[in-house]
Design a protein around this ligand. Structure first.
Ligand code: ATP
Ligand code: MG
Length: 371
């Protein structure tokens, strides 16, 4: 779909997260109902530290021209410098076209060159044509988002396209009319266990698909990123689009998440096993109907305390004295193994006996009850 801002009419706001807002919209030319997520990269891009890290990643032979103009932000230049070029994946697939007019003054960068030269080239363009580097970053993000078109799984929310409007980036995805699992459990209490098993299967299957077919690590598994529709389908959304730039932003800048694994907190790069941790935390939360890492009196913890608890203290487990099965308890505990080496991969988990139970569950009826 060739999406343009002027063709999209907003119907209602569905929610807002850390980096943006999600609205229910209609794409007028096709009358398609979609969910539009608008992210505001402005604040991110205004950070000299980010410019430092990302756009102006220095191939060693080009240091001076690639130095950012400003680095007024305290600490901005003292961040450990991760080399973007080591992150780059050479994606030689043809570039798909974006919204007409979205890159009129600069040729699209082709990923057929060596990784670092891609960045060098962006910089040459910046220098030559005095194009705002922030604009180039936005465009690069848009390009990388195009890869989401290739994701096609029944457990992944479909992607319609992305466009840029006044510096904001909007992406349109399948609208899931029952909403996200955090809303569901906050309204209706802990998720039924037969349904929970179906959710576990759907999320794992989605994660395996992303990784096996596209080498994408989700990076943000949590209840608000698992969506349900009235047909009873369960799909994951908001996965880390994989591209050199977005990878780099994510590894460097994506802030603290309550679902972060110990190794992530300690600074290692993402891996599929970090997704497994977040997945375990998510299942536990859905099973008990509250975020598992609260203080004794149920208050949410300060970020630092939370992080130190994840790294240093034993993780909560399900008590089997309630109606939880030992299989579920074991399944979650395996996801929450602090040692990444010992923690299973999504594919390993698929073989776990918790998921081997064949049971008919009327998910459509459940979804209707949750609406
Ligand atoms: P965070 O910003 O920390 O990731 P979040 O996932 O809640 O939190 P958003 O991704 O911006 O933030 O989503 C906001 C809300 O919009 C979600 O909680 C969800 O309820 C709703 N939402 C998101 N995508 C869709 C969709 N495709 N269909 C229906 N509702 C959606
Ligand atoms: Mg989300």
């Amino acid at each position: 779909l060739d999406l343009r801002a002027e063709d999209i009419e907003t119907l209602e706001e569905l929610g807002a997260g850390n980096g943006g807002t999600v609205c229910k919209v209609v794409h007028q030319p096709t009358k398609t109902i979609m969910a539009k997520k608008t992210i505001y990269p402005q604040s991110l891009l205004d950070s000299p530290a980010l410019i430092n890290q990302i756009i102006v990643k220095t191939p060693v032979d080009q240091p001076s021209i690639l130095t950012p103009q400003s680095s007024g932000e305290p600490g901005g230049s003292s961040r450990p410098s991760r080399s973007v070029s080591t992150n780059l994946v050479n994606k030689a697939s043809p570039q798909k076209s974006l919204t007409p007019g979205s890159h009129t003054d600069v040729e699209p960068t082709k990923y057929t060159e060596t990784p670092s030269s891609t960045f060098v080239r962006v910089h040459h363009q910046t220098m030559k044509q005095k194009v705002d580097p922030k604009l180039l970053v936005r465009r690069q993000i848009m390009r990388e988002m195009q890869y989401m078109h290739d994701c096609d799984s029944r457990h992944i929310v479909s992607f319609y396209g992305a466009f840029m409007n006044d510096g904001d980036i909007s992406m349109c995805m399948e609208y899931m009319d029952v909403g996200s699992l955090d809303r569901i459990y906050k309204k209706h209490g802990p998720v039924r266990q037969d349904v929970l098993r179906k959710i576990a299967f759907a999320v794992l299957d989605g994660l395996i698909y992303l990784y096996d077919c596209h080498r994408i690590i989700h990076r943000d598994v949590k209840p608000s990123n698992i969506l349900v529709n009235s047909m009873g389908q369960i799909k994951i959304c908001d996965f880390g689009v994989s591209g050199p730039l977005i990878d780099s932003i994510a590894d460097t800048f994506v802030g603290t998440s309550y679902y972060m694994s110990p190794e992530r907190i300690l600074g290692s790069p993402y891996s599929v096993k970090s997704d497994v941790w977040s997945f375990g935390m998510t299942l536990l939360e859905l099973a008990i109907g509250r975020f598992p890492l609260a203080s004794e009196d149920g208050q949410s913890l300060a970020v630092f305390e939370l992080l130190q608890r994840i790294v240093n203290e034993p993780m909560p487990t399900l008590s089997t004295d309630k109606h939880y099965t030992p299989e579920l308890k074991e399944f979650i505990s395996m996801c929450l193994l602090k040692d990444m080496e010992l923690r299973p991969t999504p594919a390993d988990l698929m073989q776990h006996h918790y998921l081997m139970v064949q049971e008919k569950v009327d998910l459509q009826q459940w979804a209707k009850d949750m609406m």
